[in-house]
Design a protein around this ligand. Structure first.
Ligand SMILES: [Mg+2]
Length: 297
């Protein structure tokens, strides 16, 4: 059993100082930590105070769906300067992975993903195939999606709210060839709207495609270790043991921290304290929110 997480708002001043001294870099999730629809209270102050304590500040979201303009507006609303410049999303980690792997740009990528992920891939010079946006109505139409496409060299699955049976079938068909890369972004099975209130999320499509193709995707979103390494490389951070990762989800955020060797702090905006303690993976630290930590900084 992992050790009991420490409530950083309920420890002695010396223990709080030891906590602060245990990291140099802060990587924070966004949805549920920095904002939920609107900015959460005192988040700008929290990150300003972290910088004043000499910490570098970075952001790592599993949400590839927002445009740059949307992210910039969210960070502005949260009173966080240069947030977008220090942000990584799975779309960027996927594009960087393809670049590092010298992916052949003549080969197309079949994207079961949001439009923004396709835009990021195209900005790196990759061409994507997508769709159909509307699935078929008759089983006779299956045949089309059982046809291989020799131009496809990779299948990318990331945050597609409009996935359908035809897209899933296409991905499975292309993945029959072992040399076709299978890359996954966000893995989230659930999206939270408030503590204890969740809905199904797009990670379930990645799971279906993986099961039906008998392939394991290379995960370039949280909690994949490669995503953490990509985030650190982008931000010039080299020592994982000096990173504090802040998140609101156990599987994605705490899981990423465990995979990468980060220290982890969980805010209880989505998961209750009881659920956190019942889970086999546990964060090192927790607090109700970033605002609850501000008076101690
Ligand atoms: Mg979150």
């Amino acid at each position: 059993m992992e050790s009991t997480p420490v409530d950083v708002t309920n420890i002695s001043p010396e223990e709080f100082q030891n906590f602060l001294n245990s990291f140099d870099h802060v990587f924070s999730d966004c949805d549920g930590v920095v904002w939920r629809f609107r900015a959460l209270p005192r988040v700008g102050e929290f990150f300003d105070l972290m910088k004043r304590h000499g910490k570098t500040v970075h952001f790592a979201s599993n949400n590839s769906m927002r445009s740059q303009e949307n992210y910039e507006a969210k960070f502005k609303d949260a009173k966080i300067e240069n947030g977008f410049q220090h942000l990584i999303t799975p779309s960027v980690a996927i594009a960087e992975y393809l670049k590092t792997a010298n992916y052949n740009k003549k080969k197309k990528i079949y994207a079961v993903s949001c439009e923004q992920t396709i835009k990021v891939l195209e900005s790196y010079g990759y061409s994507c195939k997508k769709g159909p946006d509307v699935g078929y109505e008759n089983f006779e139409d299956h045949i089309e999606y059982l046809q291989d496409d020799p131009e496809i060299g990779a299948v990318v699955v990331d945050n597609d709210l409009n996935a359908n049976l035809a897209k899933i079938q296409r991905a499975v068909t292309y993945l029959k060839k072992p040399d076709v890369l299978f890359l996954g972004g966000a893995t989230d099975r659930y999206v939270y709207h408030k503590q204890g209130c969740s809905a199904l999320d797009c990670g379930i499509f990645t799971e279906i495609i993986a099961a039906e193709s008998h392939r394991d995707p290379i995960i370039l979103g949280k909690p994949g270790k490669l995503y953490a390494e990509s985030a650190m490389r982008k931000e010039g951070v080299t020592d994982a043991s000096r990173v504090l990762f802040i998140g609101d989800l156990i599987d994605q955020d705490v899981g990423l921290g465990k995979a990468a060797g980060f220290k982890t702090l969980m805010v209880l905006s989505s998961i209750s304290k009881e659920e956190m303690l019942a889970h086999k993976i546990r964060p090192d630290y927790y607090a109700d929110s970033l605002a609850s930590i501000v008076p101690f900084l």
